[in-house]
Write a protein that binds this ligand. Sequence first.
Ligand SMILES: [Zn+2]
Length: 154
Amino acid sequence: MAYQPKDVFGRDFPLEHALSCVGKGWWNLVKECYQLCVENEVDISQVKEKFGGLRFYTGPTRNRKFFDQIDDICNRSYTICENCGQPGEPDTNRGWIKTLCPNCTKVEMEFSHELEHLLSDEQYNKWQEDIKSGKVARTLNNFIDALKSKLEEN
Ligand SMILES: [Zn+2]
């Protein structure tokens, strides 16, 4: 039976959970990393986006090649739009870095602009802070979900 990677608490770390940590555009990269963990029987501590790149933190293994392989996969994330998987590059226009294609950059800029109009100054600033501190995942889908819930609250 295939190895089931565990989290730092020894609980199962399923692939679905790893995928939910980043935007859909990087899911193939996450699947590749996850598959390496299964093959090498390595556990996973965290999967996230940081400074525009995919981070896939794992437990130890004696296979030294493993970490190079994970690094290679994660480095590719800097050329792939996290939202849609098209070719992209790290974008710093909004005060934080996110790897996006030109189209998603445009959509996010417009969306962010819309949000600025819909929310009060206080709400908008809180929103920006949450994004920067990582409390809100920086994917377009989460942006939209959060906006919907904000609108439902009002
Ligand atoms: Zn895109």
